[in-house]
Design a protein around this ligand. Structure first.
Ligand code: NAD
Length: 471
C-alpha cells in the first residue's frame, strides 16, 4: 500500500510532527489503497508561519511575475491529467470516464487566472485619492471531497493571482490531487512558503486553522453546518470568511417546455457524480398536467445510465464517495418512504451486480411535496424529488421555499421565457434550457448556501483588500 508520510511546507516535503495516518479506501471496492499522514497542530503552525513569512515578498511581486508562475503551474498540471483523474476516481468513486471530464477539465481554467493578475493593478482616482487593491494576506483553505481538484483550483488560482500566500487542507479522504498539485508547485519552483499543504482530519485541524491569529482569511467549501461553525470561530479574530456551502436546487419545467429534453437534462444533472454535486438540481418541479408523462420519462432516462465499476468505460454512475455517505443517503431514502413519497425507480436495495462498495440505486421519488424532509434537506446522493405544481407562480414559490440558494434551473419553451423565470429564483446560479457550466462565470450561494463567489473575474475579488491613499 502506498504511504504518503510527508507534508509540503515552505517549498519542500518535510517530516510531519503528527503521527497518525488516514487510510484511503476505494469506495467502489472497499479496498484500502493508500495511507496519508495526519498533520498535527505543530505542523499547522509551521505551515502558517511559512505562509506568513512568504507573504512579505510574494505580495510585492508584479502581476506579470505571478502570471508566469500560474502558467507554469497549469502546464505542469496538464501533463498529469490522467494521473489526477485516476487518483480522484480511486479515492471518491467517480467513474473514470467521467473523472477525465468533470473532475479534471477545471485544469484548463487555471491559466485564466494568469490574465486576472492584472485585476490587482487596477487603480481608481477619486478626487484627491487613489483607490488601490492589495492582497488580503495569509489564506486558509478547507475543501471537500466531491470535486476536490476543482475546489483546489477555485481557491488557489485566484489567491496566487492576487498575491496571497496559503495553507490548504483537503478533505481527509481525498488528498491525492492536492499532493500531485504540491509536487507541481515544487517542480516549477514557486517561491517557498507561498503554497503549503497539510493533510489530516478537519475535525482535528479545523478549529486551530480557522482561529489562528496569523491567518487573515478562511475560504471554506463544504456543508452548511461546518461552515456556520467556522464563521463563528473565525469571528473572534475578524477574519474574512468565504463560505461555499450546500444546496437543494430546484429545476422548474414549464408547461410548454420540451419535456423529454428537460427531464433528461434534469436526471443527468443529478446522477453524474452520484448526486454529489453541490449545484445539482435535486428538486424537479413539473406541471401537474405533465407529471405522469414526466415520471415515465425520468425512469427511462435513469435506466439509460449504467451503474457499475468505476474503471469501466461503460459506467455512468459509480458509488457514493464512502460507506458513511452511503449510509446517509439510505437514511434519507427511508425517510422519503416514511413520509409518504412513492418510488418511481430505485430504493434501498443495492444496484444489480454491485454487491460490494458504497453503491446506492439511483432513486426518483414522486408525490413529493416541498415540506418533506427529502425536499428540504441536502441528501448529497443520487436522489431526485419530483414535485407537481399547478401554476408558474406556485412553482416559483416552491423553488424559493428553501433555506438554500446555491443554484437552480429552468426549462421553458424558449430562452427568453426561461430568463424571466431565472430572474425570480433566489439562487446564485441558474441554468436555462440546459445551459452549460461556465468556468468564467462566478459561482456562489444566496441564503444558507454561502456568502462567497468563486471563479471568473469575481473569483479574485475575495482575495484583495481595498486601500485609499489621500494625496
Ligand atoms: P464537510 O463540511 O463535512 O467537510 C468539508 C471540509 O471541511 C473537509 O475538508 C473536512 O475535513 C473539513 N472539516 C470538517 N469538520 C471541520 C471543522 N470542524 N472545522 C474545519 N474544517 C472541518 O463537507 P463534505 O461532506 O466534505 O462536502 C459536502 C458538502 O460540501 C455538501 O454540503 C456540498 O453541497 C458542499 N459543497 C459546496 C460547494 C459550493 O461551491 N457551494 C461545492 C462543493 C461542495
Amino acid at each position: 500500500m502506498k504511504r504518503y508520510e510527508k507534508l509540503f511546507i515552505n517549498g519542500d516535503w518535510v517530516e510531519a510532527h503528527g503521527k497518525g495516518f488516514t487510510t484511503l479506501v476505494n469506495p467502489a471496492t472497499e479496498e484500502a489503497f493508500a495511507e496519508v499522514i495526519n498533520a498535527d497542530q505543530d505542523d499547522l503552525n509551521r505551515a502558517v508561519a511559512a505562509a506568513k513569512a512568504a507573504f512579505t515578498t510574494w505580495s510585492q511581486t508584479t502581476s506579470d511575475e505571478r502570471a508566469e508562475y500560474i502558467r507554469k503551474l497549469q502546464k505542469a498540471l496538464e501533463a498529469r491529467k490522467e494521473e489526477l483523474a485516476v487518483a480522484m476516481s480511486q479515492s471518491m468513486g467517480c467513474p473514470i470516464k467521467w473523472a477525465r471530464i468533470i473532475q479534471v477539465n477545471c485544469v484548463s481554467a487555471f491559466a485564466k487566472f494568469a490574465d486576472r493578475t492584472k485585476e490587482m493593478d487596477v487603480v481608481k482616482e477619486v478626487n484627491n485619492s487613489l483607490v488601490v487593491r492589495e492582497p488580503v494576506g495569509v489564506c486558509a483553505f478547507i475543501t471537500p471531497w466531491n470535486y476536490p481538484l476543482y475546489q483546489l483550483i477555485g481557491k488557489v488560482a485566484p489567491a496566487l493571482a492576487a498575491g496571497c500566500t496559503m495553507v490548504l487542507k483537503p478533505a481527509s479522504i481525498t488528498p491525492l490531487q492536492d499532493i500531485i498539485f504540491a509536487e507541481c508547485v515544487k517542480e516549477i519552483g514557486l517561491p517557498a512558503g507561498v503554497f503549503n499543504l497539510i493533510t489530516g482530519k478537519g475535525g482535528e485541524l479545523g478549529d486551530a486553522l480557522v482561529t489562528h491569529p496569523d491567518v487573515d482569511m478562511v475560504s471554506f467549501t463544504g456543508s452548511t453546518n461546518t461552515g456556520a461553525r467556522i464563521q463563528r470561530l473565525a469571528a473572534d479574530t475578524i477574519k474574512r470568511v468565504c463560505l461555499e456551502l450546500g444546496g437543494k436546487s430546484p429545476l422548474i419545467i414549464t408547461e410548454d417546455a420540451p419535456l423529454a429534453d428537460a427531464v433528461r437534462g434534469g436526471v443527468r444533472d443529478v446522477l453524474i457524480n452520484s448526486g454529489q454535486t453541490c449545484v445539482c438540481q435535486t428538486r424537479m418541479l413539473v406541471p401537474r398536467s405533465r407529471y405522469e408523462e414526466a415520471t415515465v420519462l425520468a425512469k427511462k432516462f435513469v435506466d439509460e445510465m449504467p451503474v457499475g465499476p468505476t474503471d469501466s468505460e461503460e459506467t455512468d454512475i459509480g458509488p457514493l464517495s464512502s460507506m458513511a455517505q452511503r449510509e446517509t443517503v439510505l437514511k434519507y431514502i427511508q425517510i422519503g418512504l416514511d413520509e409518504g413519497a412513492k418510488l418511481v425507480t430505485g430504493g434501498l436495495e443495492r444496484p444489480e451486480g454491485c454487491e460490494k462498495g458504497a453503491y446506492v440505486k439511483p432513486t426518483i421519488f414522486r408525490d413529493v411535496n416541498n415540506k418533506m424532509t427529502i425536499a428540504q434537506e441536502e441528501i448529497f446522493g443520487p436522489v431526485i424529488a419530483m414535485i407537481p405544481y399547478d401554476t408558474l407562480e406556485e412553482a416559483i414559490e416552491i423553488a424559493n421555499d428553501s433555506k438554500y440558494g446555491l443554484s437552480s434551473g429552468v426549462w421553458a419553451a424558449n430562452k427568453e421565457e426561461g430568463l424571466k423565470i431565472a430572474r425570480r429564483i433566489r439562487a446564485g446560479q441558474c441554468y436555462v434550457n440546459g445551459g452549460d457550466f461556465n468556468y468564467d462565470a462566478p459561482l456562489g450561494g444566496y441564503k444558507q448556501s454561502g456568502n462567497g463567489r468563486e471563479w471568473g473575474d469575481f473569483g479574485i475579488h475575495e482575495f484583495f483588500e481595498i486601500k485609499s491613499i489621500q494625496l
